[in-house]
Design a protein around this ligand. Sequence first.
Ligand code: FVH
Length: 294
Amino acid sequence: MKTPVTVLGLGAMGTALARAFLAAGHPTTVWNRTPGRSPELDDLGATRATSVAEAVQAAPLVIACLLDYASVHTTLAPLDADTSLLRGKILVNLTNGTPAQARSTGEWAQRHGAQYLDGGIMAVPAMIGGPAAFVLYSGAPDAFERHQTTLAAIAKTTYVGSDPGLAALHDLALLSGMYGMFGGAAQALALVSSEKVSPTAFTAGLLIPWLTAMLGSITGIANDLEYGAEPGAAGSNLAMQAIGFVNLLDASVAQGVDPALLVPMGELLDRAVAEGHGDEDLAVTVRLLQEANQ
Ligand code: FVH
């Protein structure tokens, strides 16, 4: 028999996870704060628990996928009354949160005698169970090894380390990259849409090919950070970029488009130049961002 699984939370993502476990043949128990959500799961063979305590008792592998860590702690709070309920279980928390939240939830699980895996889902619900989805995991290595095959029912698994905070760190870093891309795309589309330019033709014919071509530069930035800049290698020096960047701001304003998303990047470029890095490349901006915390 396949490993039984419990899913806490039947929002869009929790429902997709439960469906994928059921499709892969795992006996699946579900619980949701609002009872009766996602009724289609009943026809697919899910068992509904009427309490969190009943839900966690039903399976060795307990998956939480809730709105945020506050809702995770509210949901798990009833288990504080009987610390034996989670003993020997593996709690896999796929809720989006910070490294610090993941670490303290890991400590909470440990106090309850459970092993803890934190996870970051790199997919939208429709991708779950499909080839492009992956989930980042960190935390108890032996628990991951033991249940990797079961977890693979929802998405490819990528283990990033035994510190439970590492999955959230990687997740938030990837989302930062994604929101930077979406913010840039929103600015680009607002600009072209201020004239009679087709957004779809612009996107397919120009924006996506341009962004795709530029993706390679990120590897150059990472190499620079890890191995140091090659002397004289800056093909697009920051002094030149800072001057050109002003045109992005001015044109946005002139076209009636809010430049707010661009302003911080312009300030970062100006700061890099002011601090004497005008002849260097974009890796400098990463170092300046890191310095903000020192
Ligand atoms: N959906 C997505 O595209 C992204 C993809 C990447 C990963 N995220 C994260 O997954 C977590 C769950 O997201 P979701 O899409 O399932 O979210 P909702 O559809 O809004 O469902 C929220 C569930 O959380 C329950 N809930 C909310 N507050 C509480 C609470 N105080 N106590 C107990 N449960 C709570 C809610 O229950 P209900 O409203 O039906 O009673 C839903 O089950 C999330 O971290 C994403 O960032 C998704």
